[in-house]
Ligand binder design. Structure first.
Ligand code: NI
Ligand code: MN
Length: 218
């Protein structure tokens, strides 16, 4: 059993019943946040890049929970704070207690000098999940889908800083994903979107619209 818990913007937690894997934990200052930084649980924290709406509360959550942060070294450099980290880079795969984490490219700025933005392919609970992070559409998404059969693609659709629903629908086609969960929209007016537009545009995959605070079984 694998649960997707959505906390708003680009923050969610996957729970396989043993491991809680938190992604891009921007909660403090997040208008959509459905949980407080002091209440969120994590065994691992995966960070896609150093923009504030992604790295967010990672350091304080890691210090409180003892969770291990995974990311590009430049992004997970928390300036001497007592945070366990696994530094990796694009193309790398790390075996974990729950399965594996593969770091894949994203086309976006890093938010920190010397870093790059990334996405993740995660094997957990018998499923393969692709989280794109912040990115534009790029044709190498096809290669990501060729290496692993993606059960769920978690994609930004807000536009302005990332893909919009039109490009996200093309990404689903390139990835060959069976299911799609949109995020990174309607947090602020600048990324206002109707997720039903994605439902209309996606062919051959199921779109799951999950609201902040909701959980679904994957
Ligand atoms: Ni960003
Ligand atoms: Mn962002």
């Amino acid at each position: 059993m694998l649960t997707y818990n959505y906390y708003g913007h680009a923050c969610f937690m996957l729970d396989d019943g043993k491991n809680k894997i938190l992604f891009d934990p921007f909660l403090t200052g997040n208008p959509q946040a459905s949980i407080k930084e002091k209440d969120v649980q994590a065994d691992y924290i995966l960070i896609t890049h150093a923009h504030g709406d992604h790295v967010g509360d990672a350091a304080s959550i890691a210090v409180r929970t003892g969770a291990t942060c995974i990311g590009i070294p430049e992004v997970t450099d928390f300036g001497g704070q007592n945070v366990k980290t696994i530094g990796m880079n694009l193309g790398g795969t790390v075996k974990t207690d729950f399965g594996f984490v593969r770091m894949v490219p994203a086309l976006h700025s890093a938010g920190v000098p010397g870093g790059v933005a990334c996405g993740y392919v995660v094997g957990v609970g018998g499923k393969v999940i692709y989280f794109a992070g912040d990115t534009s559409l790029f044709s190498d998404m096809k290669l990501i889908g060729e290496r692993d059969k993606i059960d769920y693609a978690i994609l930004p659709i807000g536009g302005h800083y990332t893909m919009d629903p039109i490009d996200a629908a093309k990404a689903v086609e390139l990835l060959g994903a069976a299911n799609v969960i949109p995020l990174h929209y309607n947090t602020w007016d600048v990324i206002k979107q109707n997720p039903e537009d994605l439902v209309k545009l996606v062919k051959g995959a199921t779109v799951h619209i999950v609201k902040p605070g909701q959980s679904i079984e994957l």
